[in-house]
Design a binder for this molecule. Structure first.
Ligand SMILES: C[S@@+](CC[C@H](N)C(=O)[O-])C[C@H]1O[C@@H](n2cnc3c(N)ncnc32)[C@H](O)[C@@H]1O
Length: 371
């Protein structure tokens, strides 16, 4: 029993209560590998290492379910966790430093009797949506194999591939030479160990020579770019072939077809104002658009993914990994979720959407642009 620590000792060293450790054990997050003769929990060096990871992710604001997914990932060893944690902590430190600077400025301005503008006051919070929502991402956003197959097929025989707005790299083909581009430090820090090298840049200005890749791909990201057309042209400039997974916003049936936006979240339409038409998007790369149906059991938790599994939208974790929910604002989100919950329990949702049960895949306006 020498190499094991008692639950009391671990709690004391970690600065947590024994109750917390019992709770982690009960939910399967950290189950000590041994018991003392008297039946008390006993923690091995590996258990302590896992606790260190759990507590560090907790300190960074991750939820317990998210942490369970992170620490159970067999592809991430202790060193990879340390590297990821280090990146996230540096990011948090930089954000805190930026807020301190902003507060100092505001204090100085007030001392001089100057009122700062709303833009100045909010600048430090608006920095980058994905630096805020990014930490929820890996829990529900992962490769959907049927969509991946379409993307990889469209890449043809490309050997070198640039992945723009790469996030955690869900759709990066394993058998090609991939370079990733991702502007959010939080997302970069969450790329799995062994993932393709990732450059910090935005789609609007790709730091590569003309035609330096066989193909460029962009998945579920174009709607985040400040200027989608400019970004698509950049992709075309640096690569011979372009493959983009996005949606058709000018498709008028889109809102009506998806019950979530039609019956619960009409505010979604506001997010599409000013969005380029599908013709503008395909025109920017000189390509064509192919429909991509969303399978009923889609593995990648994007906005439309749970069209036949409505209960999923009640889960905060599912919503936090999708920017739409953050963008519509908490009031609209809460109202939509409350109404959906009511309709699911009253049976109204099932009644209104009874046709969906027979479908295995749905046409919800998602498109693969290929050039
Ligand atoms: C929904 S995620 C998709 C990530 C990844 N492609 C995937 O399919 O899992 C959107 C990504 O776009 C990135 N992004 C936001 N603005 C961008 C820009 N201007 N240029 C490139 N990527 C951007 C975000 O940081 C985020 O990682």
């Amino acid at each position: 029993m020498e190499e094991h620590l008692t639950v009391g000792r671990v709690a004391e060293l970690a600065g947590v209560t024994i109750r917390t450790l019992h709770h982690y054990d009960e939910i399967g997050l950290l189950q000590p590998s041994a018991r003392t003769v008297a039946g008390y929990r006993a923690y091995s060096a590996d258990d302590v290492e896992r606790l260190r990871e759990v507590l560090a992710y907790r300190r960074l604001g991750f939820g317990l379910r998210e942490i369970a997914d992170l620490v159970d990932d067999p592809a991430t060893d202790a060193v990879a966790h340390l590297c990821r944690l280090r990146g996230l902590l540096l990011e948090q430190r930089d954000r805190a430093a930026a807020m301190v600077t902003a507060i100092d400025r505001e204090l100085e301005a007030r001392a001089m009797g100057i009122r700062t503008t709303p833009e100045e006051q909010l600048k430090v919070f608006g920095a980058q949506l994905y630096n805020t929502i990014g930490s929820a991402y890996p829990a529900t956003r992962r490769t959907e194999p049927r969509i991946a197959a379409r993307i990889w097929d469209a890449l043809g025989d490309a050997r070198t591939v640039l992945n723009v707005g790469a996030g955690t790299g869900s759709y990066e083909p394993p058998d090609r030479d991939v370079t990733a581009v991702e502007p959010s430090a939080v997302m970069r820090a969450q790329r799995p160990p062994g993932a393709a090298p990732c450059v910090a840049a935005g789609a609007g200005s790709l730091p590569f020579e003309d035609q330096s890749f066989d193909a460029a791909m962009a998945v579920s990201t174009v709607h985040h770019w400040p200027d989608p057309i400019a970004g698509l042209r950049e992709m075309k400039r640096v690569a011979r072939r372009v493959v983009v997974f996005t949606y058709d916003a000018d498709n008028t049936g889109r809102r009506e077809r998806f019950w979530l936006t039609r019956d619960y979240l009409p505010e979604f339409a506001d997010l599409l104002v000013g969005w380029p038409t599908l013709a503008d998007l395909t025109g920017a790369i000189g390509g064509r658009a192919e429909p991509v149906l969303v399978p009923w059991d889609c593995a990648d938790g994007f906005f439309e993914a749970h069209w036949r599994r409505p209960e999923a939208y009640l889960d905060e974790q599912v919503r936090r990994a999708v920017s739409v929910w953050t963008r519509v604002g908490s009031q609209a989100e809460q109202r939509a979720v409350d109404r959906l919950r009511e309709d699911l329990s009253s049976g109204r949702w099932a009644e209104r959407n009874r046709d969906l049960v027979a479908l295995d895949a749905a046409e919800l306006g998602l498109r693969l642009l290929v050039a």
